[in-house]
Write a protein that binds this ligand. Structure first.
Ligand code: IMP
Ligand code: MG
Length: 193
């Protein structure tokens, strides 16, 4: 049996709670908050979260790269930038997981320096708090995970696989071996010219 970290029902409950907190926070604001999804991992969470928000919001997307297989590299590359005008706006950055904290710390500093928003609220589905390499604060999270577990499903991937599973779980060695086989076959596909 799979070791499930968050069922789909638990995820939706967390989305409702977080959406409620965000609505409270921005209810008297004079500008529309901008929700930014960190691609690709946060897409599932982002979509479920914004559907629980009943006030007007603007959405945007950015993408960075920091992970290689099952571990964080610590080296961050910006692959896609924000496209909305966010200067002076309230920003909500939505991430799948904060692990070492390096990715979101990079994103937060980059956004602050380049766009100078009025505020930045950090939201993550899962907070791997004990794994921080730097002091990085999460404002709202679905669940805190106190053990070092490699997660898959619901946006979390193993070499781009398993993002489509509707819940978060820990793959076992057998499943990883199976996936490695599938991946090695896939890379041997000969592209016809
Ligand atoms: P950090 O920079 O170490 O905080 O890593 C955050 C990024 O690494 C997230 O945006 C995730 O995409 C990825 N990541 C962290 N932990 C996991 C995991 O358990 N499974 C899949 N991806 C992960
Ligand atoms: Mg991510």
């Amino acid at each position: 049996m799979r070791e499930i970290v968050m069922t789909h029902e638990e995820i939706i409950e967390a989305c409702k709670r977080i959406a409620g907190e965000l609505e409270k926070k921005f209810k008297n604001s004079d500008s529309i908050p901008v929700f930014v999804c960190v691609l690709k991992g946060a897409t599932n969470f982002f979509m479920d979260l914004i559907q629980q928000v009943s006030m007007p919001i603007i959405t945007d997307y950015m993408q960075v790269n920091s992970y290689n297989g099952t571990s964080s590299t610590g080296v961050i590359h910006l692959k896609k930038d924000i496209t909305e005008n966010i200067t002076g706006k309230d920003l909500v950055i939505v991430e799948d997981v904060v692990d070492t904290g390096l990715t979101l710390n990079y994103i937060k500093q980059y956004i602050q320096i380049k766009y100078n928003p009025r505020s930045i609220t950090i939201v993550t589905l899962i907070d791997k708090k004990p794994l921080r390499k730097i002091d990085f604060h999460v404002d709202l999270c679905g669940v805190v995970l106190n053990e070092n577990k490699f997660l898959c499903g619901y946006g979390f991937d193993y070499h781009e696989l398993l993002r489509n599973v509707p819940y978060v779980y820990v793959p076992d060695k057998k499943e990883i071996t199976e996936l490695d086989k599938i991946l090695s076959k896939d890379s041997k596909v000969i592209v016809k010219k």
